[in-house]
Design a protein around this ligand. Structure first.
Ligand SMILES: NC(=O)c1ccc[n+]([C@@H]2O[C@H](COP(=O)([O-])OP(=O)(O)OC[C@H]3O[C@@H](n4cnc5c(N)ncnc54)[C@H](OP(=O)(O)O)[C@@H]3O)[C@@H](O)[C@H]2O)c1
Length: 252
């Protein structure tokens, strides 16, 4: 299935790296499309309609506000459209592409290392063959979860933002280690590897956060002291506020 990318920014690059196949792409900044095609193979084309003509499926990787303008260019040409545009609903997409099968997804940048988490909502015009092909294509990027479309926005507050939230958490954690004398490279290795191991442990325990926490928290011990400090600084409240901010930004 030949993929065409409309826009060659951060998310397009992450998707293309994850697939590792030649892509067709176009971007207003031609150099961006050329460097992406040079990296993963394929071709940077001069215009969005050329991408749509030659691709089996077009992935919209431009900004959400550009939906209607881009649809005006490629609406009659694209054979199938997959959108990653934050906050743009299937109804918006199907109105912009009235004659085309459309699916809506929300990936995260971990697709680059085939560890993405992708929520997927199938549009009404996506037939079973296309659905199966998209599942295969997306499955190569990580973990695909088909959800009711109305859940994609709130899910974005978990999967879409996850690389940024975890990066911030790890960065602050490393700085704390450095403050107390760890060399930065060692602090970074400890934090990244420990975070990866802890996530694997949580997955092995079916997301049982309480069980995993209890197993490492001796009464009156070191971990209990650290957790109490995090609770005092209202980590939970900060995450609630962050989710509220995401929903506000998405207009929900
Ligand atoms: N970044 C994430 O983690 C993430 C996660 C999930 C979904 N998304 C969604 O992915 C989309 C892209 O996000 P991003 O972070 O990759 O943004 P980005 O880095 O700014 O990439 C968007 C690219 O699209 C180009 N573009 C603008 N107008 C275009 C047009 N008419 N035709 C073709 N390309 C056009 C932009 O060029 P200019 O810079 O010249 O405008 C830019 O190179 C957004 O809709 C976002 O909601 C992002």
């Amino acid at each position: 299935m030949q993929v065409g990318l409309i826009g060659a920014g951060n998310m397009a690059r992450a998707l293309a790296r994850g697939w590792g196949d030649p892509v067709l792409c176009a971007d207003p900044v031609a150099g961006r499309a050329h460097s992406l095609a040079a990296e993963v193979g394929g071709q940077a084309l001069d215009s969005n309609p050329e991408v749509a003509q030659r691709a089996d499926v077009v992935v919209l990787c431009h900004k959400p506000a550009q939906l209607e303008d881009v649809a005006g260019e490629i609406g009659g040409t694209a054979k199938a459209v997959v959108s990653i545009l934050g906050g743009r609903t299937l109804a918006d997409l199907e109105a912009a592409y009235p004659d085309t099968p459309v699916a809506r997804l929300m990936p995260n940048t971990a697709v680059e290392v085939n560890k993405g988490v992708i929520t997927y909502a199938r549009g009404a015009r996506v037939d079973d063959d296309l659905h199966a092909s998209l599942q295969d294509l997306l499955g190569r990027l990580g973990h695909v979860i088909e959800v009711d479309e109305h859940l994609i926005d709130v899910a974005t507050g978990l999967n879409g933002v996850a690389p940024a939230y975890l990066a911030l958490f790890v960065e602050a954690w490393v700085d704390a280690g450095v403050k107390h004398g760890l060399p930065p490279a060692l602090a970074s290795e400890l934090a990244v590897e420990s975070a990866a191991g802890a996530i694997a442990l949580l997955a092995a325990h079916q997301g049982d956060t309480l069980g995993v926490r209890r197993a490492v928290t001796s009464p009156g011990g070191v971990t209990a002291a650290g957790l109490a400090a995090l609770e005092r600084r209202e980590l939970r409240a900060a995450l609630l506020d962050a989710m509220d901010a995401v929903m506000t930004k998405l207009g929900r």
